[in-house]
Design a binder for this molecule. Structure first.
Ligand code: PEP
Ligand code: MN
Length: 339
């Protein structure tokens, strides 16, 4: 059960409501976000919502029996729009393109990527300064100093930043230098990290876990929302299956399913999804047709020299072509009325 409270509800009204719901055996969690206050009730007894409907401070009551609730479309039909400022949005009805290298490497590299994005009217740059690498000997990122330099150059160019936060202790130092925090596939179920991201007023994009189900992704988003942060984006980036011919199996089924189950925007990452440069185009465009609200992909001036993930990274000519195709396919999708 979700009870959305009116902004002017008094403390004593909230308390009496919580008591009354407690009497039917429901455990209540009070959730305060940037947008409002909710009571999330977990319990199994059957009741008639009219029993609570008379309370003064209630805006709305919804019965949501799924494991995830606040991120569900069952109570919030209106899609969530993520506003990054300066007219940049990640939202249903738009096609957000986020492009950049796997890793932030040097000042020269940052400048070249920014110039490429500007030339192609791409407003959001991806890149990692803290890199989760399978081998401890691989390049693990420039860290906070790299982020500060990148932020300076990107904000001067009017470009927004999405980058991965790997642990709780990094959140505070990164906060002023990111526009969207990315939770990587290896951290989707790092519940302490998700709890802490619930306390910040910055958008968070959660990638699907390497072996994660769609429901687990939604429950991870529920952690952040119930911690107080509604500014959430979901990302399908491929899952590990028995298939060895591609790095991961990009599960495009997840896109319409997530869009149906949740009001949050959904982004597709074809680079990690297939992991093979020459097939990134196809999977990106398939992601657009599947209903994505955004595509995030890797690009670098010389992919062969990239410090990480070069095998799935597009050069600038390929990136420019893909961006153009994404926009064309998106314009076509809009005429199909698929949802
Ligand atoms: C990345 O975006 O570079 C990355 C490491 O992604 P993922 O967490 O999906 O592997
Ligand atoms: Mn990568």
């Amino acid at each position: 059960m979700i009870i959305q409270l009116k902004p002017d509800i008094s403390e004593s009204q909230t308390e009496s409501l919580i008591n009354e719901i407690g009497q039917i055996g429901y455990k209540i969690t009070e959730v305060k976000t940037q947008e409002g206050t909710y009571l999330v009730g977990i319990g199994s007894s059957d009741f008639d919502i009219r029993r609570f409907g008379h309370h003064e401070g209630i805006q709305d009551i919804h019965i949501v029996s799924d494991a995830y609730k606040l991120v569900s479309r069952k109570w919030k039909v209106k899609p969530t729009s993520i506003d990054l400022g300066d007219g940049v949005f990640i939202k249903e009805g738009d096609m957000a393109i986020m492009a950049g290298p796997c890793s932030i490497e040097t000042e020269d590299q940052i400048v070249k990527v920014i110039d490429h994005l500007k030339a192609n009217d791409i407003k959001i740059m991806r890149g990692g300064v803290y890199k989760p690498r399978s081998s401890p000997y691989a390049f693990r990122g420039l860290g906070i100093d790299g982020l500060k330099l990148w932020h300076k150059l990107a904000s001067e160019a009017g470009i927004k930043i999405i980058t991965e936060v790997m642990q709780v202790s990094q959140i505070e130092e990164m906060l002023d230098y990111v526009d969207v925090f990315q939770v990587g596939a290896r951290n989707t179920q790092n519940f302490n990290l998700l709890d802490e991201l619930g306390k910040v007023d910055k958008p968070v994009m959660i990638k699907r876990g390497i072996s994660g189900t769609i429901e687990e992704l939604l429950q991870s988003a529920e952690y952040v929302f119930s911690g107080g942060n509604e500014k959430l984006i979901l990302c399908e980036r491929g899952i590990r299956t028995y298939e060895k011919a591609s790095r991961n199996t990009l599960d495009l089924n997840a896109v319409p399913i997530l869009k149906d189950k949740s009001h949050l925007p959904v982004v597709v990452d074809p680079s990690h999804g297939i992991g093979i440069r020459k097939f990134v185009h196809q999977m990106a465009l398939a992601g657009v047709m599947a209903g994505a609200d955004g595509i995030i992909y890797e690009t670098h001036e010389v992919p062969e020299k990239a410090y990480s993930d070069g095998q799935q990274t597009l050069n600038f000519a390929q990136s420019a072509q893909l961006t153009d195709q994404i926009r064309k396919i998106f314009a076509m999708r809009k005429t199909f009325d698929l949802l």
